[in-house]
Design a protein around this ligand. Structure first.
Ligand SMILES: Cc1ncc(COP(=O)(O)O)c(C=O)c1O
Length: 371
């Protein structure tokens, strides 16, 4: 077995740009401005420009960003939000945290993102918003979703998809409002928790900004009940450095994905991830679909034997989680999502994945598939 092949390589990232990160961190430490202030303002402006939205507002995490986006879009108790069950639990948790009810619509046949037609079928008079998730770094079909759901707010969960585009529009600029996560494993990552909301409507942006800071614009005046959810200046400064490298890193991820596609073509029982010609994928994950049962187990075992990490994002549809209580749905509710849960195996992918590592991972997958 060679050296371990990790799914996330933050130590490698630090080796690449550590000096820049340290300079940024020291700049903030010396400034004494740790909450809000010029680093946050600069990062927000740079992020908004990157995403192609008019506004970006920093938040303490991606989950908070989703909650803030929902609240700013007017979603609250008694309302419903149509979303995908094939996602990280935080998507659904945010809906529950604002007192609304998640309503699950299945993902596209053979895909991982919300099916616009099924989302439209799930609408009721109580639907207050629709929340697609750009899973694994590939944009959901927000254009079709928007035409299918009419004037309802579309809230993008863009946690995994910074830089991804579809039909020329970028994740974070397609809906009414969007949420990003800068959790350390994300393509753009903080040294801790962080998130942001993007939108182009000034009133929504203003509401988000108020909500992040106790409903307050000026000292001792509180216009609404908000919370404490700001992006730390230290994180903003580090994120500014990394944002400058993001496009090159996304390109490196695309090269790695192309490397897998070349090496893994034509294996029986294994389907490779794909996307349309009008899409730019940022490969937060490289998700194989393996026929469930013996073949999938053999692939995972071969990866383990090779010392290559792999991840099972996500083994259960969100509606099976106990946290949903009475809203928990029975197995079979969204068959496409359940198939994805049974089949998916995420291979290591990051900007510094070498040819040798691609060879080793692909060879292990082949060995497993041919066992
Ligand atoms: C799809 C999705 N939504 C929301 C989140 C929540 O982000 P955070 O962990 O920053 O709260 C994450 C990441 O963890 C995610 O992958």
């Amino acid at each position: 077995m060679g050296a371990r092949i990790a799914c996330v390589d933050l130590a490698g990232e630090y080796r690449e740009i550590g000096a820049e990160l340290e300079e940024a961190a020291i700049r903030v430490l010396r400034s004494g401005r740790y909450v809000l202030g010029p680093e946050c303002e600069a990062f927000e402006a740079e992020l908004a420009a990157h995403v192609g939205a008019r506004f970006a507002v920093g938040a303490a995490s991606g989950t908070d960003a989703l909650v803030l986006a929902l609240r700013a879009a007017g979603v609250g108790p008694g309302s419903e939000v149509v979303t995908s069950p094939f996602t990280f639990f935080a998507t659904v948790e945010a809906i529950l945290l604002v007192g609304a009810r998640p309503v699950f619509a299945d993902v596209e046949s053979g895909g991982f993102n919300l099916d616009p037609e099924k989302a439209a079928q799930a609408l009721t008079p109580r639907t207050a918003a629709v929340m697609p998730v750009h899973l694994y770094g590939r944009c959901a079909d927000v254009a079709s979703l928007r035409s299918a759901v009419g004037a309802l707010p579309v809230i993008e969960d863009a946690a995994q998809a910074i830089g991804a585009t579809r039909g020329g529009a970028a994740a974070g600029s397609m809906g009414t409002v969007a949420a990003f996560s800068f959790y350390p494993s994300k393509n753009l990552s903080a040294a801790g928790d962080g998130g942001a909301v993007t939108c182009s409507d000034p009133e929504v942006a203003e509401r988000v900004r108020l909500l992040t800071n106790h409903g307050s614009r000026e000292r001792d005046r509180h216009l609404m009940i908000g919370t404490t959810s700001r992006l730390d200046a230290l994180q903003a400064a580090l994120l500014r450095v990394k944002l400058g490298h993001l496009e090159a890193w996304a390109e490196a991820r695309r090269r790695a994905a192309a490397g897998y596609a070349e090496r893994l073509a034509g294996l029986e029982g294994i389907r490779l991830p794909s996307h349309g010609p009008d899409e730019v994928h940022v490969w937060h994950q490289y998700a194989l679909r393996c026929a469930p049962g013996a073949l999938r187990s053999a692939v995972c075992k071969a990866l383990d034997e090779e010392g290559a990490e792999w991840r099972h994002f996500y083994p259960y549809p969100a509606y099976r989680q106990e946290a949903l209580g009475v809203d928990r749905l029975p197995p079979g509710a969204c068959p496409e999502a359940e198939r994805a849960c049974d089949e998916v195996v995420c291979l290591p992918i990051h900007p510094r994945l070498g040819e040798d590592e691609l060879d080793r991972v692909a060879a292990a997958v082949r060995r497993g598939a041919l066992r």
